[in-house]
Design a protein around this ligand. Structure first.
Ligand SMILES: [Zn+2]
Length: 291
């Protein structure tokens, strides 16, 4: 385990925020989330980059690729298809084609989709068997960002729910500044600590996902991190599709009571997000440019 300072403001003085269990493990190891004076919430102490891999070994850890062919698996696939089209439309409003890098792209559904649309695509992930993942042959795969040559630049770089997993944020942003073209766009989607459903599930709120989620952003702290890293947010969106997914994963069990509560929380959350926008959505997408 290692202790860290706040990645947003560098402060080491924090107060305890909440203590959570690993939702995928049967053991009683607890993890402490802390809150900095700048409002940023993060896991501290946390497993080191070398230690974290053991926490990804659970067969239940499959956030990007539900293989089960039951009704939830089919529903997930259906939502995933609509989500791919939605992501594409957000990029297409800036660029109709070009070079794209997806960081932490997991099983490759998004990069394959973009390759089919004619994009020149690179997928980065450090999962052990990159060749075994889904994906079009047109997608180049790299294990880490150092494998991308310094002369190579991208019009679009995406981090779909991967920023909160990355240990070395300074190194990441140094690479992002190096790799993105001068007028390129950076798309970052993260769970939102201010998600309306959060308060109904307490420590069981699935996006706490300790110790895999190292950081818990909200619009304000994400904006501060972007400014510190020489980026500015130019557009922001709510990811409505994450609300039912978060609620389902946050349920302790699927009793009739939990199900009815889930329907209520879903309706409540959608209304809150419609009224308040991305600031109070389950997940946030920000599109950034170099400042
Ligand atoms: Zn701070």
């Amino acid at each position: 385990m290692e202790s860290i300072g706040c990645i947003v403001c560098g402060n080491r003085k924090t107060t305890p925020y909440i203590e959570v269990l690993d939702r995928l493990s049967q053991n009683s190891e607890t993890f402490q989330l802390v809150k900095c004076d700048c409002n940023f919430v993060f896991l501290n102490p946390r497993p080191t980059a070398d230690e974290i891999s053991t926490y990804y070994n659970s067969t239940d850890y499959d956030p990007h690729n539900v293989k089960k062919n039951d009704k939830w698996g089919r529903l997930y696939k259906c939502i995933q298809k609509a989500t791919l089209r939605w992501k594409f439309s957000k990029i297409a409003s800036f660029y109709s084609n070009g070079k794209l890098l997806d960081i932490g792209g997991g099983s490759g559904e998004f990069t394959s989709f973009m390759a089919l649309k004619g994009w020149d695509v690179v997928l980065q992930d450090n999962i052990s068997n990159l060749d075994g993942i889904n994906g079009s042959k047109d997608v180049r795969k790299v294990e880490n960002l150092q494998m991308i040559k310094s002369a190579e630049h991208f019009n679009v770089i995406t981090l779909w729910h991967s920023l909160e997993h990355i240990h070395n944020i300074e190194e990441l942003f140094s690479n992002l500044n190096r790799m993105l073209t001068i007028d390129g766009i950076l798309l970052i989607a993260v769970p939102n600590l201010r998600a309306p459903e959060n308060t109904f599930y307490g420590t069981n709120w699935a996006p706490f996902d300790a110790p895999r989620h190292l950081y818990h952003f909200q619009l304000e702290t994400l904006d501060n991190l972007m400014k510190k890293s020489n980026f500015k947010i130019v557009r922001k969106y709510s990811l409505f599709q994450d609300t039912p997914y978060n609620i389902l994963l946050s349920m302790a069990n699927l009793t009739p009571f939990q199900f009815i509560k889930g329907i209520f929380v879903l309706c409540y959350s959608i209304i809150v997000t419609l009224l308040n926008g991305p600031d109070q959505s389950s997940s946030l997408l920000v599109i950034c440019k170099k400042a």
